[in-house]
Design a protein. Structure first.
Length: 49
């Protein structure tokens, strides 16, 4: 991750957005795996819901 204070003001929004997308994607991946662990399904072999 980038230290936002070092970025020009005009570039911060695009970096914030990109970081937010990466974080959201990782959270979604973790939740997907957790749901399958709870249900007893194998997340590697089951279709995404």
């Amino acid at each position: 991750m980038i230290h936002y204070g070092t970025l020009p003001e005009a570039e911060r929004q695009s970096y914030w957005s990109a970081d937010a997308d990466r974080i959201t994607g990782e959270i979604a991946r973790q939740l997907h795996a957790a749901r399958h662990r709870i249900s007893g399904a194998d997340p590697a072999t089951s279709a995404r819901s």
